[in-house]
Ligand binder design. Structure first.
Ligand code: LMR
Length: 311
């Protein structure tokens, strides 16, 4: 299996590294626009192979997409990260053009590839990649839900002083402040989280999760990369090994949750064909309201993209 990761910055390089050292695929191509950058990162990952004992071939390419030809999955991480004080939506002007041109080249060389978008603003960049690729919605998706639930699960594990491995959670909506963590679908080794944590503590954790990316931007002056890179690699793994995991993934909704045409995070079955199935949860009134708020927010940013594309 061959996977291309476009963008050799922190997130892209982390994703390539995880794909390599966990031997998720046997070939990783890292592409970047900056001369020599992806070659250097790929060589560094390859030189770690004898230490960490893996044999995934990792190579780099400065903007030459012919080296990516025949990829099974392509992860797009290109674009600017945000700086303190910025929202993800502030990146739309710069990142939309980048995602459009990267997608064109990806599709030209790997017309069968499944595309995973990581660039921000995530939901709207998934929209951009989808319309540019002209592929079925099941083959163009965004990575955010695994990252957001990982933050939520990590905070819960810390609060309860238990292993993060024991926390199961689901989350819906856009990758932004309107995301919808779902306590009703959160368990700790099968025990509903609501039986273990006081309501106000749980609400505080949900709030922290919603602003989890921003917390890191504030601390580091730039966006996170370890968890985002690993989350994208986990999606690749479910696809290339046809594991059929249920993960929250950003996809174009076509009537599910009463929403048509917006790109939002929902639980899906992820397998060899990409999104094998969209799972529709029976939301209560309050959850549905939060989902609709998220829908309206993402829709507004999609409209901004439409205006930019029609200029
Ligand atoms: C994240 O959530 O870490 C990413 O979307 C990057 C960001 O700017 O927050």
């Amino acid at each position: 299996m061959k996977v291309t990761v476009v963008g050799a910055g922190n997130v892209g390089a982390t994703c390539a590294d995880v794909l390599a050292y966990r031997e998720i695929v046997n070939e990783v191509v890292l592409v970047d626009i900056k001369e020599g950058f992806s070659e250097g990162k790929a060589l560094d990952i390859w030189q770690k192979a004898p230490i960490d004992l893996y044999d995934t071939r990792t190579t780099g390419s400065t903007n030459d997409y012919s080296k990516t030809a025949g990829s099974d999955v392509v992860v797009i991480t290109s674009g600017l990260p945000r700086k303190p004080g910025m929202t993800r939506d502030d990146l739309i002007e710069t990142n939309a053009g980048i995602v459009r041109s990267v997608t064109e080249q990806v599709v030209q060389h790997s017309p069968e590839a499944i595309i995973i978008v990581v660039s921000n603003p995530l939901d709207v960049m998934t929209y951009q990649a989808h319309i540019t690729s002209r592929m079925p919605r099941t083959k163009v998706m965004g990575m955010a839900g695994i990252l957001d639930t990982a933050r939520y699960r990590a905070f819960l594990a810390e609060e309860l002083n238990v292993s993060p491995k024991d926390i199961q959670a689901m989350l819906l909506g856009g990758h932004g402040d309107t995301m919808v963590p779902l306590p009703r679908y959160t368990t700790v080794s099968g025990i509903p989280v609501t039986e273990l944590i006081a309501k106000d503590r749980l609400e505080a954790i949900i709030e922290r999760t919603k602003f989890g990316g921003g917390e890191l931007v504030k601390l580091m002056g730039t966006s996170a990369w370890y968890a985002p890179g690993s989350a994208a690699a986990q999606m690749v793994e479910s696809i290339v090994k046809d594991q059929r995991h249920i993960y929250p993934v950003c996809i174009k909704l076509e009537g599910e949750y009463g929403i048509d045409g917006t790109y939002l995070g929902v639980p899906v079955v992820l397998g060899k064909n990409g999104v094998e199935k969209v799972i529709e949860l029976q939301l209560n009134e309050q959850e549905m309201e939060l989902m609709q708020t998220s829908n309206r927010h993402v829709r507004e940013v999609m409209d901004v993209l439409d205006r930019m594309n029609n200029k």
